[in-house]
Design a protein around this ligand. Structure first.
Ligand SMILES: [Fe+2]
Ligand SMILES: [Fe+2]
Length: 304
């Protein structure tokens, strides 16, 4: 386990990240949507979700196209937002909207990381988290999806707020074939976990989501949200072991069953005892194509 980042560095990161809040590119529905996702599901009304999705035409069109992806369970594209909300359910539509908004909130210009590769990883992780949560039985699958989608939000922050420093970290990682967070710590003195956390706090994300973003590389450091953080940690590793990593080979030994995160999950969910993690990791190969297609849909914006 790496040593925690010094408090004064975290304060400096937090100060610089504040600039993102005034970014003109953030879709107007994004922040109200984040607020809504913090509410208990029974306090969210169908009309409010429909209103939020319909607010921006291009986002609404994109949501309908994403909703028709087999990965979201609908065989045919719904004709109206209301029909989509009714057939998919409120929570799922909220996460689809979040997926579309995230793609727009961070314009991918001159990123040191390939944005397509980054999105494939984030969406891949979101899908794996949901599938994992399904295997566990119980638990909130859409929350798991959202956690997977947002876990590496700090990379986007680094691309926008610390492009030069982060560019050097990416180069360092590629040359040595080491994990990006290790390279960030070595060259920048902090990682995407700290910058992501700063943005998550600024955006008032839920405590669980803040824990995921801040601790997904060290789940044992998370307190209350530990099982969710462990789930994201393992899903992240699974994606990076298969074809959904950061676009380069990471020379690291991964043993999912020996990983402390697996023990954390097993403690909470006995149902996982019978799950074959190695097989699960191979099943991922089949999902890669669908995920790549979904990323193209999201990157293409609202145009049909
Ligand atoms: Fe990460
Ligand atoms: Fe990741």
């Amino acid at each position: 386990m790496s040593t925690p980042v010094a408090a004064n560095v975290i304060t400096q990161v937090r100060e610089r990240v504040k600039a993102i809040e005034t970014m003109p590119s953030i879709p107007q529905v994004f922040l109200p949507l984040l607020d809504m996702l913090n509410l208990p599901p029974d306090l969210v009304s169908l009309n409010e979700v429909v209103k939020l999705v319909s607010y921006d035409n291009t986002i609404a069109a994109q949501c309908l196209r994403v909703a028709s992806s087999p990965l979201f369970g609908l065989a045919k594209s719904p004709d109206t937002i209301k029909a989509a909300v009714i057939s998919l359910g409120l929570r799922r539509v909220q996460t689809i909207l979040l997926t579309c908004c995230m793609g727009k909130a961070f314009p991918a210009k001159d990123w040191p990381l390939d944005p397509i590769v980054f999105w494939r990883h984030s969406l891949g992780c979101a899908m794996v988290c949901r599938q994992f949560s399904e295997k566990m039985g119980g638990g909130d699958r859409e929350k798991a999806y959202m956690a997977g989608l947002m876990h590496d939000i700090g990379f986007m922050v680094n691309c926008m707020v610390f492009p030069k420093e982060f560019g050097a970290a990416v180069k360092y990682a590629l040359e040595r074939q080491i994990p990006l967070d290790v390279a960030e710590l070595a060259t920048m003195g902090f990682t995407h976990c700290e910058s992501g956390r700063a943005l998550a706090e600024l955006w008032n994300l839920s405590d669980d989501m803040i824990h995921v973003i801040a601790h997904h590389h060290n789940p044992e450091r998370s307190g209350t949200a530990q099982p969710l953080v462990a789930l994201v940690h393992l899903s992240d590793l699974l994606c990076r072991m298969r074809a959904l990593g950061y676009g380069y080979y990471e020379r690291q030994k991964v043993d999912l069953v020996e990983d402390p995160a697996w023990a954390i999950l097993l403690r909470e969910h006995r149902k996982l005892d019978g799950v074959d993690l190695v097989r699960f990791s191979f099943e991922l190969d089949e999902a890669v194509e669908g995920i790549s297609h979904l990323v193209s849909t999201i990157m293409a914006g609202g145009n049909p």
